[in-house]
Design a binder for this molecule. Structure first.
Ligand SMILES: C[S@@+](CC[C@H](N)C(=O)[O-])C[C@H]1O[C@@H](n2cnc3c(N)ncnc32)[C@H](O)[C@@H]1O
Length: 223
């Protein structure tokens, strides 16, 4: 615990301003996700997760934090479309004596069926800013924020995988802004299938950020 009563955040002193020209510099959204994980620390430890996945890991800060607060050993997998993020995530894990397997891929595509009903904790802080569709799809720093229509073009491509990859008791943490229309996200995932809790909401400048946590209503997957 720090003096302020918070769990310590990972050491990212190895990162410099030149890294942040290539990858997303942890910001209010990243720290809000960390705060949500901290708030859920008892819940997460009771789940006894064995496979944790962060999609769009960037610096690796959030997944490293999750690894630090869990009391059980688990496999930590990170994906990113940006090759520099994959390298830097590995360095962040090493800097904090954590083992993470970073993979360069679009969302979870290279993991295919291997993760079917295996993921106990899934994190995604997506590119959520409303932009034109033509800005979406870069493999560089622009991929950090450009979310296209409703800021949802990347998120919406991940949603069909959630039911497939989450384990029976798996949880999915998603960072959103108001413009992403969270009610539509709940409809897409299926309100009868997934229960959604808003773990934290915070206003940061023009952004109204929230962390949503989805969990199956019934343990009806086949794992
Ligand atoms: C808002 S940043 C979040 C970074 C980090 N998770 C954090 O919270 O600080 C979004 C991340 O998603 C990655 N990303 C964007 N599109 C992606 C895709 N199709 N597949 C995998 N990662 C993607 C970006 O490269 C970027 O690292």
């Amino acid at each position: 615990m720090t003096e302020s009563g918070h769990l310590p955040t990972p050491d990212i002193s190895h990162l410099s301003s030149s890294d942040y020209l290539k990858i997303y510099e942890p910001a209010e959204d990243s720290f809000l996700l960390i705060d949500a994980l901290e708030k859920d620390v008892n819940f997460l430890n009771q789940l006894r997760p064995t496979v944790c996945l962060e999609v769009g890991c960037g610096s690796g800060l959030c997944l490293t934090f999750l690894a630090q607060i869990l009391q059980t050993k688990a496999l930590f997998i990170a994906t990113d479309i940006n090759p520099s993020a994959v390298d830097i995530c590995q360095k962040t894990a090493q800097q904090n004596n954590i083992s993470i397997q970073p993979i360069l891929t679009d969302l979870v595509s290279c993991l295919g069926d291997r993760l079917e009903h295996q993921v106990d904790v899934l994190l995604f802080n997506p590119p959520y800013v409303v932009t034109s569709s033509s800005e979406v799809g870069s493999h560089g720093i622009e991929a950090s924020w450009a979310g296209g229509v409703k800021g949802r073009e990347v998120t919406d491509r991940l949603l069909p995988y959630i039911d497939k990859v989450l384990s029976k008791t798996g949880v999915f943490y998603l960072v959103i802004v108001k413009e992403n229309l969270p009610d539509e996200i709940k409809d897409i995932l299926g309100r009868d299938k997934f229960h959604c809790d808003v773990i934290i909401t915070r206003k940061s400048g023009p952004e109204h950020l929230s962390i949503l946590r989805f969990q199956r209503r019934h343990s009806d997957c086949n794992s």
